[in-house]
Write a new protein. Structure first.
Length: 265
């Protein structure tokens, strides 16, 4: 790819991976508007790896406590709040992993279309808006239980459908279950770590079958995706309690309408 394409796609992936606006919807726009070819498997691996580095680095202190207290609870029989949260994250990851194993081929064959993405952009955008307005927004992460974590995990499995947005649907579920905006966002971002790791490893297995690998493109894509993702996470968590989900819901509706216009023109 040309340098300009790498920069645009890497920044777009990094920013949209964690915002509730769907990275898959945005990555089809350059192809539709500018006629760019598919970025390829190697670049997909790069930008996923960049996003993973960003979220792990941002939550590095939290992750250290989650691992330490999550495993430590088995030795003394007492789980701290962080240890309990660690196992809730494990539970919430299971539905998406199982759904990917069962439905990945069907989704790749039948649902990766602009029409599906436009529909899910609008439909789940309206649901995000409704959840933000109607949600009680009273519960912190400390009040999350296994039933709610499992429901959020089931919502994450729905995000396999292109245009849904993994972060968007998990935040929507959290808000519908009474979580505060920042708590729902933090749980969503922490949930992304095992999911991005597993999907990245899956892509790497496919990458090993390639004869040539564009290492320069991979390095640049990883760095740019990581930087933009880190900035996105930081400012989103700083602002979400004040601005709410309405701007992102409106953006989804506008982009969905635009995609439909491109399809029908």
């Amino acid at each position: 790819m040309e340098i300009f394409q790498i920069v645009v796609l890497a920044l777009m992936q990094g920013l949209t991976e964690f915002l509730p606006i769907s990275s898959s919807a945005h990555l089809i726009l350059p192809a539709e508007l500018l006629g760019w070819r598919d970025q390829g498997l190697a670049f997909d691996v790069a930008v996923h790896f960049g996003s993973l580095i960003a979220v792990v680095f941002y939550f590095r202190k939290d992750i250290r406590l989650l691992i330490k207290d999550g495993l430590g609870g088995f030795t003394d029989g007492r789980f701290t709040a962080e240890g309990r949260l660690a196992w809730l994250l494990v539970l919430a990851t299971i539905p998406a992993g199982l759904a990917a194993l069962v439905f990945e081929d069907f989704i790749a064959t039948n649902l990766r279309s602009a029409t599906v993405i436009a529909t899910t952009m609008i439909g789940f955008g309206l649901l995000l808006w409704w959840a933000d307005v109607r949600g009680a927004r009273r519960d912190s992460l400390a009040q999350l239980n296994w039933k709610k974590a499992l429901l959020i995990g089931l919502a994450q499995a729905v995000a396999l459908i292109p245009g849904t947005s993994r972060s968007g649907i998990t935040m929507t579920a959290g808000l519908m279950l009474g979580m505060k905006r920042e708590a729902a966002a933090r749980f969503s971002f922490l949930m992304s770590i095992p999911v991005i790791t597993l999907s990245g490893l899956w892509l790497v297995m496919d990458l090993l079958t390639l004869d040539t690998v564009p290492w320069g493109d991979i390095l640049l894509g990883t760095v740019l995706s990581g930087i933009s993702a880190y900035v996105c996470i930081h400012f989103f968590l700083q602002l979400i309690s004040r601005i709410g989900m309405a701007p992102f819901a409106i953006y989804r509706l506008v982009l969905g309408a635009f995609l439909f216009w491109m399809i029908w023109r």
